[in-house]
Design a protein around this ligand. Structure first.
Ligand code: GLN
Length: 310
């Protein structure tokens, strides 16, 4: 199908795939969650979901991977859709300038995390959902299934178990917030749910589709179902831009120029508001915890398509 002024996305994906190959051996797979260290870093997939329904993909775009922190976006969207601005009494909206699992700021900012995309903030969001739903992990999973239009999306229980067994830092964060009164449910309840949330797997094609409502001003493009009002969707996009790629968000905005959310499984979801969602996966990470080849692929994507929010 020829669409006026639309780049040839399939050709651009082919070009990017060729260009990223030399980078696939350069990133380091996350090893602090033992199960994630078993994934081969040589993999790369990328998928585009256009709001007009066209879809494009390349490489391992059909392979499931561990979403990890990308799920923080879905958990936040669910909490924001239910609780609205009330969530901001519990978590801030500023970049942290610290690693995603850091404890230092929490102590002197009295247990209120900087934003919902660092681990502390995601634990608070999970806590908010745990107060609202009988099982917050199931609520997030069902929400992800709805967004991706894919009922077989699921947890990876082996990854969840592996993270739970080594979640010392997240336990420390949760206990500190509990001490400050910013965690209402038992620490163990929240950590267990959070680890299951992070273990959700999707393919790049599913992830691009699942994120597309945020490019379409909060409304699912194929069903017309409104998840968030346009203003709330705009705000989540803003948070993705300023906080979605950990303390590399400034550099990511400079290089890529799109709102995005990354995870240590090597996935990144990025949005071209009003046009498309694009997901990329390559498990080798750079020192900030973002996919090395994935970030480069998105940098090339916005350059080759002349798409960016700037
Ligand atoms: N489950 C991971 C953790 O809590 C997610 C981190 C990430 O993807 N940045 O450490």
């Amino acid at each position: 199908m020829f669409i006026a002024n639309s780049p040839d996305y399939q050709e651009i994906l082919r070009t990017i795939y060729d260009e990223v190959r030399p980078l696939l051996s350069q990133g380091k797979v996350a090893s602090y969650i033992p199960q994630l260290s078993k994934v081969s870093p040589q993999q790369f997939g990328m998928a585009i979901f256009c709001l007009d329904g066209r879809q494009f993909s390349i490489g391992s775009a059909g392979v499931k991977f561990s979403l990890q922190s990308v799920t923080k976006l879905f958990a936040l969207a669910l909490a924001f859709s239910r609780e609205g601005d009330a969530i901001w009494t519990r978590v801030g909206r500023e970049p942290s300038g610290n690693p995603f699992n850091s404890l230092v700021q929490l102590e002197y900012e009295r247990g209120k995390p900087r934003n919902p995309f660092i681990n502390a903030g995601a634990l608070v969001i999970n806590d908010i959902l745990s107060s609202r739903f009988v099982q917050s992990d199931i609520a997030i999973l069902q929400f992800a299934r709805l967004l991706a239009d894919q009922p077989d999306i699921d947890f990876d229980v082996t990854v969840a178990q592996s993270e739970r067994e080594t979640a010392h830092r997240n336990y420390a964060i949760a206990h500190l917030m509990k001490d400050f009164g910013n965690l209402h449910n038992p620490v163990k309840t929240v950590i267990d749910s959070y680890c299951r949330q992070c273990s959700i797997t999707m393919t790049c094609a599913e992830l691009a589709k699942a994120g597309s409502f945020l490019a379409q001003h909060g409304t699912i493009p194929w069903s017309g179902q409104q998840i968030l009002d346009a203003s709330s969707a705009k705000r989540l996009n803003a948070l993705m831009l300023t906080c979605g790629t950990y303390d590399a968000a400034g550099d990511f905005a400079y290089r890529v120029g799109l709102p995005a959310k990354s995870g240590v499984g090597g996935g990144i979801l990025a949005l071209v508001p009003g046009e498309l969602a694009v997901a990329v996966w390559s498990p080798g990470l750079d020192p900030t915890g973002n996919s090395l080849a994935g970030t480069y692929a998105l940098e090339r994507f916005t350059t080759l398509t002349a798409r960016s929010i700037f």
